[in-house]
Design a protein around this ligand. Structure first.
Ligand SMILES: [Zn+2]
Length: 538
């Protein structure tokens, strides 16, 4: 150390004692002590902060271990799930296939008998008696050992009729499983994604007995029935609130005749902003008109309303519970049921004596009358549809219900089912369809009918459903809506659902809609001459 050096601090002439750790310059004893104290203080502050952050270490490590364990478990559990799904699929398919093989075998045997019979007739016609005798002998032997009775198809005791077994709706069970699986996973995902202990500290305790917001939607008439319109893409509303085809890439109304809801509004485009001057196509009378074009909500409900004794309309209600527009045109006779096909963009309107098929702009495409259905049909009651068929529940003159399946392409009757076990249609019957299974609600029972064999597979009393009463649960305000619906769907009542919209046929006309964020569930139903909406925050 250079003893001649003096303190580096200005105006201090004291000899230097040592170098400062802060400035690395020589300082006298007094100033050195001051710098050393500053160093100590800084060290202590840092040590405090280190200790503060060290507090995180254990919880972080524990949480990390927990998450690592969960990831490992998820991997294993999903693998188990895949394994059991595959095993389940293989076993179930094998069981169904066993029956299928038996039917095929019996049919093949019958085909051989048919062949022999033809040969026998030929021999007889050719007066080849020897040949005919040999064939008869051969047939006698093979018929003796022929056994066509099986678990699924069997001659009845009185040997008067070959009856079929009500082969269970196994597909529905798997579908319900998928549905409750989706719901459970959605719930788990929401729990994982929305978890934030910082937020929950400032929030009040969640209200566990929340009641769904219920309101009766004001309509320009008395509602009678409804259907969900799942995708309004390609359509808009004109100034008068009527649905019109919007000129977009996907095209608008696919009507054979042109959709002309208002004269002079043929060339409609969705403008930005919402006001545009459109020109009429007639160049000779070049007049301009202001027409306000509004966009439609992406999904909505179509509701048939009675405006007066002779004027029935179909109005458009958004999921925000507002009447936003209407299908152009009006009908004189009461509308009993509606069905809309989003892919074909067709609206099916059922009246007592006819089915009217219109495009979404209300332009009639075709109609089917009761006389086209024959079978002594007196009245059409309700409809349901899948991607290619429309099912009509009709009533015969003797009061017995009969179900018709029509091709949506040709209106051709492809199926007629008079279901043994369903003897009456009831005051307000409802029908729905999923995966070739029909669900008929006659007000007392919910029947499951196979649309291929026409067999009644199950009949559940409406009272039986007890705890699965969705309306009651909605009113009671069960917060765990997703779990509830999953439970209900998996309860074996075969609740049909179509994409995001779930139609619950046994409670009036409830339509359950899960919004895309899974935070909201909306139910619509027509009851006591009003359209009721219930919004449930999940
Ligand atoms: Zn000094």
């Amino acid at each position: 150390m250079d003893t001649k050096a003096t303190c580096f601090v200005r105006l201090c002439r004291n000899p230097s004692a040592s170098k400062s750790p802060i400035s690395d310059q020589p300082l006298c004893e007094h100033h050195l002590q001051a710098d050393l104290r500053r160093c100590e203080n800084a060290e202590a502050a840092v040590a405090d902060r280190i200790a503060h952050f060290r507090n995180y270490q254990r919880p972080l490590r524990l949480m990390q271990q927990r998450l690592a364990s969960d990831m490992e478990l998820l991997c294993d559990t999903f693998q188990d799930l895949r394994d059991s799904f595959e095993k389940c699929q293989a076993e179930l398919t094998e069981a169904v296939n066993k029956h299928y093989e038996k039917m095929s075998e019996s049919l093949a045997t019958l085909a051989v008998v048919d062949e022999l019979e033809t040969e026998f007739r030929t021999a007889k016609n050719e007066r080849n008696l020897r040949q005919a005798f040999l064939i008869t002998e051969n047939m006698d032997k093979s018929l003796e050992s022929l056994e066509l009775n099986s678990e699924l198809v069997c001659m009845n005791e009185g040997k008067t009729e070959v009856t079929m077994a009500a082969f269970p709706d196994v597909n529905s069970m798997v579908r319900n499983l998928q549905m409750s699986f989706d719901m459970s996973l959605q719930l788990a995902q929401n729990l994982v994604k929305s978890l934030d202990i910082r937020a929950s500290k400032s929030q009040s305790v969640p209200n566990t007995d929340a009641v769904p917001k219920q309101n009766n939607i004001q309509l320009s008439g008395t509602p009678s029935c409804l259907t969900v319109w799942n995708s309004t893409e390609g359509f808009a509303l004109d100034g008068s609130g009527s649905i019109v085809g919007a000129k977009t890439a996907t095209g608008g109304c696919k009507s054979r005749t042109k959709c002309v809801p208002q004269p002079g509004s043929e060339d409609i485009q969705i403008p930005q902003p919402a006001t545009e001057v459109t020109e009429t196509s007639q160049t000779t009378t070049k007049e301009t008109q202001v027409s306000e074009i509004r966009q439609l909500p992406p999904k909505s409900i179509l509701v048939a309303v009675d405006r007066s004794a002779s004027e029935k309309n179909v109005v458009l209600v958004s999921f925000d519970s507002e009447e936003v527009g209407k299908v152009p045109g009006s009908w004189e006779q009461p509308i009993r049921d509606l069905h809309s096909d989003t892919k074909l963009q067709l609206l099916f309107i059922v009246q007592d004596l006819q089915l009217i098929i219109a495009d979404m702009c209300g332009v009639e495409q075709s109609r089917v009358g009761v006389s086209d259905l024959q079978d002594d049909v007196q009245k059409l009651r309700c409809i349901a549809g899948d991607s290619d068929k429309l099912f009509i529940l009709a009533e015969r003159a003797d009061g017995k219900p009969v179900i018709f399946g029509l091709s949506k392409k040709s209106n051709e009757v492809q199926l007629k089912l008079a279901v043994t076990g369903i003897d009456k249609a009831g005051a307000r019957p409802r029908i729905s369809v999923r995966d070739r299974m029909l669900f008929v609600d006659d007000g007392e029972k919910l029947h499951t009918v196979c649309s291929i064999t026409g067999m009644l597979l199950a009949s559940n009393s409406v009272q039986d459903k007890g705890k699965f009463d969705l309306n009651a649960e909605l009113l009671r305000g069960n917060r765990n809506m997703a779990a509830l619906v999953a439970q209900q769907v998996s309860s074996g009542f075969g609740t049909p659902y179509f994409g995001a919209a779930i139609k619950v046929p046994f409670n009036d006309d409830s339509v359950i809609e899960f919004s895309t964020d899974s935070r909201r569930c909306v139910a619509f139903d027509v009851a006591n001459n009003s359209l009721r909406q219930r919004v449930f925050e999940i």
